[in-house]
Design a protein around this ligand. Structure first.
Ligand SMILES: [Zn+2]
Ligand SMILES: [Zn+2]
Length: 417
C-alpha cells in the first residue's frame, strides 16, 4: 500500500507536468496570433478607427455617431448627431443635439469642411449644440458661413420654422458677436438658412456634387422630417424622431444603412426615467418609436444594415432593448453608442469604434484670415479700461518688445484706440 506522502508526491508531480503543458500551450497560441513587432515601431489596431488616418475610397462613405443618446444629459452619450462623410470629400451633419459638439471636435476635422448642417426638427436634443457650433466657428478657424437646412412651411405657423428660430438665435448672441468685431476674423458669423417644406414626400432639399438629400414627413408632433441621402449608388436613411410611418416604409426599402430611433420599452422607461405609467406609455408609443416599433420598421423595409439609437445604451439596458427588437426583427443591427463608426460600400457595412482625441485643439485654418471683413474693432468703454493698473504696463510692453524682436514686427500695446 502506498504511503500518503508518496501519493501526494505523485499527484504534485502530475500537477506540475500538466501545468507545464498548459503553459507551453498558452505560449504557442500567443506566438501564433501575435507576430513579434519590430522593436522600433508599433502597429495601430485596424479594429478601431483613428480619425485622420484613413482615406475613404471614391465609392465609400463613413457615418460617425457624434450623439446617440437622449434629451437627458449624460457624459457617456450626447443627444442626436450623426456625421456623414463621402468619398468625394463632402461632409454633412444630420442633427446636432446637446453634447455633440465635443464629439465633433474630438475628430479633428477643420471646421471649413463642416459647413452643412441638416436638422430633422427643432427639439433641443436635435439642435441644442448648433448655436455653440455656429458661435465658436470664428474662434476655431471656420472662415466660411454656416449653411443650415431645417423644417418649415407645410401649414405650420411661420414663427415655429427654422428661419425664425435661427434669426432669434443669431440675435441672442448680439453682444458676443459685437464685442469680437475686429479682434478675430468673424466673417463666418454668417448663417445661410434654407427652410424646407417638411410636409412634402421625397422633397429634394440638397443636390450638389452628386449627392442628393431628400426629406419625407415624420410623425412627431408637426414640422418633423426624416432624411434620405443618395450618393454614388449608396443610400442612407435617417430618422430624427418619428413613430412608424408609411413614408418611411414606402421610401426606405433596402437602404445600405438605415438609422432609426429606438426608445426604451415602457417598463424600462418607468424604471430608468422615473416616468409614471401614463407618461412612459405616451412617450414611447405616441411620440417616439419604442424598441419593438424600431424592429417592425426594419422588418418592413429590410435595410442591408440597421442602426438603433436614441436610448441610454448600458450593460443593463442593452439586453432588454435587443430582446425587444429581436422579437420582431432578425436582420443585422447595431445598437449605437457615441463614436460608433460605419464604413459603407456596395459590398456592405463595417462597424467599428472611433478612437477620439480628448485633447483637441482648433484645426488649422484652410483660408487666409480676413480681419477687415470682421468690421471695425469694438472698443471697451474708457471708464472700464481705466481700471487697468498702470503698474502692469511695463510688463505688457516687455511682452510686445520680445514679440516684435522675435517676429520682426512693430506692434504696440494699447488698450484704447
Ligand atoms: Zn423630438
Ligand atoms: Zn429626439
Amino acid at each position: 500500500m502506498l504511503s500518503r506522502n508518496i501519493v501526494i508526491g505523485m499527484l504534485t508531480a502530475v500537477g506540475l507536468l500538466v501545468a507545464a503543458f498548459l503553459t507551453l500551450d498558452v505560449d504557442i497560441r500567443v506566438k501564433d496570433v501575435q507576430a513579434a513587432p519590430a522593436k522600433s515601431s508599433t502597429e495601430p489596431s485596424r479594429a478601431v478607427y483613428y480619425p485622420g488616418t484613413e482615406e475613404l475610397a471614391p465609392d465609400e462613405l463613413r457615418v460617425i455617431a457624434c450623439g446617440s443618446g437622449m434629451p437627458m444629459p449624460r457624459l457617456k452619450q450626447a443627444a442626436a448627431c450623426f456625421l456623414i462623410e463621402l468619398g468625394n470629400g463632402d461632409k454633412f451633419i444630420f442633427d446636432m443635439g446637446t453634447g455633440s459638439l465635443d464629439r465633433i471636435y474630438a475628430l479633428g476635422i477643420p471646421l471649413d469642411y463642416l459647413d452643412k448642417v441638416f436638422l430633422t426638427h427643432l427639439h433641443m436634443d436635435h439642435m441644442g449644440d448648433l448655436q455653440a457650433f455656429y458661435i465658436y466657428g470664428p474662434q476655431n478657424n471656420r472662415s466660411v458661413p454656416l449653411r443650415v437646412w431645417g423644417p418649415g412651411g407645410g401649414g405650420t405657423r411661420p414663427e415655429w420654422g427654422t428661419k425664425a428660430s435661427l434669426e432669434h438665435m443669431e440675435k441672442s448672441w448680439a453682444w458676443m458677436t459685437g464685442t469680437l468685431a475686429g479682434t478675430i476674423d468673424t466673417s463666418s458669423f454668417k448663417i445661410d438658412v434654407t427652410e424646407y417644406d417638411w410636409s412634402k414626400v421625397n422633397n429634394v432639399i440638397y443636390n450638389e456634387n452628386g449627392a442628393v438629400i431628400k426629406t419625407i414627413p415624420a410623425i412627431h408632433f408637426e414640422q418633423s422630417a426624416s432624411f434620405i441621402l443618395e450618393w454614388n449608388g449608396l443610400k442612407v436613411a435617417f430618422v430624427g424622431d418619428s413613430l412608424p410611418n408609411k413614408w418611411w416604409v414606402e421610401n426606405t426599402q433596402g437602404m445600405d444603412l438605415s438609422i432609426f430611433e429606438a426608445f426604451f420599452p415602457p417598463n424600462l422607461a418607468m424604471a430608468k426615467w422615473g416616468f409614471s405609467q401614463q407618461e412612459a406609455l405616451n412617450a414611447v408609443t405616441t411620440i417616439h418609436s419604442t424598441a419593438q416599433f424600431f424592429g417592425k420598421m426594419m422588418a418592413m423595409t429590410k435595410p442591408k444594415h440597421a442602426v438603433a439609437y436614441h436610448f441610454q445604451n448600458d450593460f443593463d439596458t442593452l439586453p432588454i432593448m435587443m430582446k425587444a427588437v429581436e422579437s420582431v426583427y432578425d436582420g443585422p443591427v447595431d445598437y449605437a453608442q457615441d463614436f460608433m463608426v460605419w464604413n459603407v460600400t456596395k459590398e456592405g457595412t463595417r462597424t467599428r469604434m472611433v478612437v477620439p482625441n480628448p485633447e483637441g485643439f482648433p484645426s488649422p485654418p484652410l483660408h487666409e484670415k480676413e480681419m477687415a471683413a470682421s468690421g471695425e474693432r469694438y472698443q471697451t468703454p474708457d471708464w472700464v479700461i481705466d481700471g487697468w493698473p498702470e503698474a502692469v504696463t511695463p510688463l505688457a510692453e516687455e511682452i510686445y518688445s520680445d514679440f516684435n524682436k522675435e517676429h520682426g514686427t512693430d506692434y504696440k500695446f494699447q488698450l484704447k484706440k
